[in-house]
Design a protein around this ligand. Structure first.
Ligand SMILES: [Zn+2]
Length: 331
C-alpha cells in the first residue's frame, strides 16, 4: 500500500539485517529553513517470523522504557531475530528531548493523536506514519510508558480483550511472559492510542505503565529488561534469547468505568490517605486537599466512590480541580 506522509525513512524496513537511522519529519522553522525532526529507528530483520514493534518515548517524561529500548537496540543482533523487530526508543523525539509528556513543537500528545493526519501538526504526522507505515503488517506492539511527571504507577501491563477466545488466550500468555506484577484488562475499543492503532492494523498490543514521577527506578529497569526478553522469546521473534524466569504471577484486574478514577474537587496541596497497592472500600477517605494560602478553611476530604485496588496515584502534591489523584483497578 502506498501511503502519503511527509516523513521519509533513512532505514529501509524491507531490508534484511540490522539498520539504524532517522525517520525524517520535515520541519521548516526560523533556525532551520530546510530542517527535519530526527526520530531514531532501528530495524532488525532476519527471514520469516513475526513483526514486533517496540516503542518508548511516546510520552517524553517516561524513562524506563527509553533506557531499556536504547540498550536493546544496541544489544540485539540480526542473528538473534526470526522475523522483524522495529525499535523506536524516542517515538515523539521533541517531547523526549524536552523531558515532557507533550511535544514542545506543537503541544501534541502523541498517544492522543492516532490515527493521525499526514497534513496535520508534527505530532499528528508522526502518529499517521506509525499507524500506516511502521504498524503495517504488525503482529505485536509493546508500548512502554510510565506515570510521567504527574503520576506514579505500580508496574502494570494494559491490554484489551475481545470475544476472540484464541486471541485472548495468547494475550494471557503474553502478560505471563512479560510478568509485570499487575495487569489491567480493558474491553476492546477504538481510541487515539498507539495500542488501538496497532490493533486496527491487526496486531496484539500491550501498553506498559512503569513507575513515574519523572524518575528512573533501578529495580523497574531490570524488571522490564527481563520481561522484554521473555516477551521477545515467547512471541517467537527472538527464539534463542537467554531469559530469566519470571519472579511472580501476574495479578489481573479489570478497568471498566470512570468511577475508578478519583479527581480533585479543590485546589491545594494533595495529601494521600492511602498508598499504592492498598485495597480500598467505597466511601473510604482517599486524600485531603490542604489550602495553606487560606489556612482558616478546612482541608477538603476526597473519598473513593467504589471498592478497588490502588494501582496509580498522583505524584505531584500541588493540585488543581480536575487533576487525577488515584486510579483504582477492580478484581
Ligand atoms: Zn505515557
Amino acid at each position: 500500500m502506498t501511503v502519503t506522509n511527509p516523513i521519509t525513512s533513512e532505514v529501509d524496513f524491507e531490508a534484511e539485517g540490522k539498520h539504524a537511522g532517522y525517520l525524517r519529519l520535515p520541519h521548516s522553522v526560523n533556525r532551520s529553513a530546510y530542517g527535519f525532526i530526527p526520530i531514531p529507528v532501528i530495524s532488525i530483520r532476519n527471514g520469516d517470523g513475526p513483526k514486533v514493534v517496540l516503542m518508548a518515548g511516546n510520552h517524553g517524561d517516561e524513562y524506563e522504557g527509553q533506557i531499556v529500548l536504547t540498550a536493546l537496540a544496541k544489544r540485539l543482533r540480526a542473528d538473534d531475530v526470526r522475523g522483524q523487530v522495529i525499535v523506536l526508543p524516542a517515538a515523539n523525539t521533541p517531547a523526549v528531548i524536552a523531558g515532557s509528556r507533550t511535544s514542545p513543537v506543537d503541544g501534541g500528545n502523541l498517544n492522543r493523536c492516532f490515527p493521525g493526519d499526514a497534513a496535520g501538526a508534527p505530532t499528528s504526522v508522526i502518529a499517521h506514519y506509525l499507524e500506516h507505515v511502521v504498524f503495517d503488517r504488525i503482529d505485536y506492539l509493546l508500548d512502554l510508558h510510565s506515570g510521567g511527571t504527574s503520576l506514579v504507577y505500580l508496574p502494570t501491563a494494559l491490554i484489551r480483550f475481545d470475544d476472540d477466545e484464541g486471541a485472548n488466550r495468547r494475550r494471557h500468555e503474553l502478560l505471563d511472559a512479560l510478568a509485570l506484577p499487575h495487569a489491567l484488562a480493558f474491553d476492546a475499543s477504538d481510541g487515539p492510542y498507539a495500542s488501538a492503532a496497532a490493533a486496527r492494523r491487526g496486531g496484539i498490543a500491550i501498553t506498559a505503565e512503569l513507575g513515574g514521577g519523572a524518575m528512573v527506578d533501578r529495580a523497574l529497569v531490570s524488571l522490564v529488561e527481563q520481561g522484554l526478553d521473555r516477551y521477545l522469546r515467547h512471541v517467537g521473534v527472538c527464539p534463542a534469547l537467554d531469559t530469566v524466569p519470571a519472579a511472580h504471577r501476574v495479578r489481573l484486574f479489570r478497568v471498566d468505568d470512570e468511577s475508578q478514577y478519583v479527581f480533585a474537587r479543590a485546589a491545594g496541596v494533595f495529601e494521600p490517605a492511602v498508598d499504592l497497592g492498598d485495597t480500598v472500600r467505597a466511601g473510604q477517605l482517599a486524600a485531603r486537599i490542604h489550602r495553606p494560602e487560606q489556612p482558616w478553611l478546612p482541608a477538603e476530604p476526597v473519598h473513593f466512590d467504589r471498592d478497588g485496588f490502588v494501582v496509580c496515584r498522583r505524584a505531584l502534591a500541588r493540585t488543581e480541580i480536575g487533576d487525577c489523584l488515584f486510579q483504582l483497578a477492580g478484581d
